[in-house]
Ligand binder design. Sequence first.
Ligand code: ZN
Length: 340
Amino acid sequence: MIFSSTIAGSLPKPSWLAEPNKLWPQWRLSGGDLAQGKLDATVLAIKLQEDAGIDIVGDGEMSRQHFVHGFLEFVDGIDTAHKVEMGIRADRYKAMVPVVRGTLSLKGRVHQPEARHARAHTKRPLKITLPGPMTISDTIADAHYGDKVKMAFAFADLLNQEARALQADGVDVIQFDEPAFNVFVDEVPGWGIEALHRAIDGLTCTTAVHICYGYGIQANIDWKNSLGGEWRQYEKIFPALAKSRVKQVSLEAINSRVPLKLLSLLDGKDVLIGVIDVATDTVETPEQIAGAIGDVLKFVPKERIVACTNCGMAPMRRDIAEAKLIALGAGAALARKKFG
Ligand code: ZN
């Protein structure tokens, strides 16, 4: 089927599970109640996607507090008790980050409960996301490896361990989130792609990488405003991605200043086009979405286009996120009618 639809990853959590409208919410349950609440929210996220006509569904990232730290929680060798301030994404913002103090290893499975629960409750293709190695290594301080690249490859090994296990759980698409690719564009062809290859090593399921300009938070909006009339970061990284073994590339498109002709650099890849803006509460119409898909047809063959969101929707209002999901499903269907 052409123009299938999917989401970048996260959806807003129900307010009985976690504080709403926050990128880093506090849980509102604990112990066994929290574990069960995460699974209940996962089923709800799948139901909302299915009812909206989304074809490749995800867990909505209901079980993690944050897209990077949700993984780091399960890694040994990290000191979370003594966080340090660090400028991240090339100093775009400061954050208190944990410190790597020893050899990294996984404490156990990371996303098994929600992956298996999601698998048990949908017949549709299932996607689970993981943070990418370059983005992780830009979100944590190092007091052990002494080399950012070496540390990134150590994380890539752990990501690969979890990714192989997710594949065995029945996950169809494993996506790595690499917003750092758009910041360290010169390092992507150098080692970023190789770290990603380490993370997907041995996988036979569909693999994807999500590269955006960040959630719709103020620091990112300010950064985007400083990038000029045309955002050409993708131009530097797409040729390397086209040559990579990753099958799908998820990118930011609608309401961005990305010149769409850059998409022709992704020859041979499935392209997950962001047709839902997560930085505005204005809900797209199906006509707008179909139009945005139509705009891409000049640069990407229709059988390789997937309709997606620009980024995760975690910090959004739930009613707006749900309306955007419905618009996404309807917009992809309309595009199939118009251009199929
Ligand atoms: Zn994103």
